[in-house]
Write a protein that binds this ligand. Structure first.
Ligand code: PLP
Length: 453
């Protein structure tokens, strides 16, 4: 590689929060005014502080405020913001070749990413990939490939799912608002089956799976079903961890009925949960796996990876796109896979789960609005309920989530909400987040909960 000015290491940012202005500060407010004039209001922002710099687990805004980032761009900067090896790989690639279009004249980096995906996705069989630009595009392609392979039309998803904002994927989401309302007509032949949500349904894995597959057989008919798309741990829906045995039972049913099982690991994959893929926690070996968010350290890249015979069902020229598998994004992705190995990031995910859940359990002993703590690795959430309903009706408490996230931001901690009812607070920090930063974030959460009670 031929570095010039890019040889300099990434400037590091102190890994601690520091608030020096009101939040948002004056410069952010000014930028926000400019934005409101020219950016569609269909694009919203959780916290309108404008970010100038990011490193590790810290965001620095234009007013000099430093935030602990418990969102990582929704689980994208899993290896850490501006991770030095990823920056170097991308910068080096920028100087060598930025774009040729793989479908015109290919390059090694795309092939290398496909090799790494074949190696690290679950299942011990021959696998192939297609690389695209976004998670939603990966979902679209997974569905296309499954339809071509099976010669069937119908697509099944689970309740509380989130799969994207393109035309097909908005029909696959659970929530109409804000993702689909007014944007129709929606794509047809998409069916929403009951899922496993142990905190609310109380079903074990076998019972929940029987409910799902019975529903599919009655409402869709297995012989018309091309694929069942599942998030092994649901993301936007609220980090629901399915009951033991649920996912393998779905796979078994899919295999018996010639249905392609697609795991949407866009949020849960790439070392997010202490494994390369969350499927591994459940003994699930999906036919196709979708990867996006964390794969390239923040650069746009996504993939469909799966059984070679399914992936090869698509006719030559049927898959791809101008920017899909861009060399710079691919070089960054190769560096991400290397960082996972070299920096022991699977173990970091386990460390974060331990620290975070221990801290949250302490809070749950004090604050009864914490109904459940769930998740794996650096993908942990708490579901907030109305006071006194935790062991009975488990009434959603979205107002508490809004108050906590708003107040915590003023203190320099960025928490994200989630959940079909908006009552889930999710933690998906970068794996670079230290135990000290987690403790500091939890102290702010403690204070926020105390304010509520
Ligand atoms: C974010 C997400 C998507 C959509 O990915 P985009 O890159 O935003 O299109 C799909 N599925 C899951 C589970 C996600 O978390």
């Amino acid at each position: 590689m031929t570095f010039t000015s890019l040889d300099a290491p990434v400037t590091s940012v102190p890994q601690e929060r520091s608030i020096v202005t009101a939040v948002p500060g004056p410069k952010s407010r000014e930028l926000h005014e400019r934005r409101l004039a020219v950016v569609s209001s269909g694009v919203s922002s959780t916290l309108p502080v404008y970010i100038e710099k990011a490193n590790g687990a810290i965001l620095v805004d234009v007013d000099g405020n430093r935030f602990i980032d418990f969102g990582a761009g929704i689980g994208v900067t899993t290896v850490g913001h501006t991770e030095a090896s990823v920056v170097a790989a991308a910068a080096g690639q920028l100087q060598d070749v930025i774009h040729t279009l793989f479908t015109i004249t290919p390059y090694e980096q795309y092939v290398r990413v496909a090799e790494l995906l074949a190696e690290h996705t679950p299942g011990d069989w021959a696998k192939k990939s297609v690389l695209v630009n976004s998670g939603a595009e990966a979902v679209e392609n997974g569905v296309k490939i499954a339809r071509k392979y099976t010669g069937r039309r119908a697509v099944a998803v689970l309740d509380h799912a989130y799969h994207g904002r393109t035309n097909l994927t908005m029909a696959m989401n659970y929530k109409a608002m804000p993702y689909a309302t007014g944007f129709g007509p929606l794509a047809g032949d998409v069916y929403h089956a009951p899922s496993s949500y142990p905190y609310h349904d109380g079903l074990n894995g076998a019972e929940a799976a029987a409910r799902t597959t019975t529903w599919l057989e009655k409402v869709v008919g297995a012989s018309d079903l091309a694929c069942l798309v599942v998030e092994p741990i649901q993301g936007e829906g609220g980090f629901m961890v399915p009951a033991d045995g649920y996912l393998p039972a779905l796979q078994e049913w899919c295999t018996a009925n010639g249905v392609v099982l697609i795991a949407d690991e866009i949020q849960s994959g790439m070392a997010r949960t202490g494994r390369y893929y969350a499927s591994e926690h459940f003994g699930l070996e999906p036919d196709l796996v979708l990867t996006a968010k964390g794969i390239a350290g923040g650069l746009p890249l996504a993939a469909v990876t799966g059984r070679a015979e399914i992936m090869d069902a698509a006719q030559p020229g049927g898959l791809g796109g101008t920017f899909g598998g861009n060399p710079v994004a691919c070089a960054a992705a190769v560096a991400v896979f290397e960082a996972i190995e070299d920096n022991g990031l699977l173990a970091e995910g386990e460390r974060i789960e331990k620290t975070l859940t221990a801290g949250l359990e302490k809070l749950a002993a004090t604050y009864d609005i914490i109904g459940e703590i769930r998740g794996r690795g650096a993908m942990i959430a708490i579901e907030l309920v109305q006071p006194g309903t935790g062991s009975t009706t488990k009434e959603p408490n979205a107002a508490a989530v809004t108050e906590i996230t708003t107040w915590a931001a003023q203190q320099g901690v960025l928490f994200l909400s989630a959940g079909t009812y908006g009552n889930v607070l999710r933690f998906l920090p970068s794996l670079a987040v230290t135990d000290e930063l987690i403790a500091d974030g939890l102290s702010v959460l403690d204070a926020a909960l105390a304010r509520l009670s």
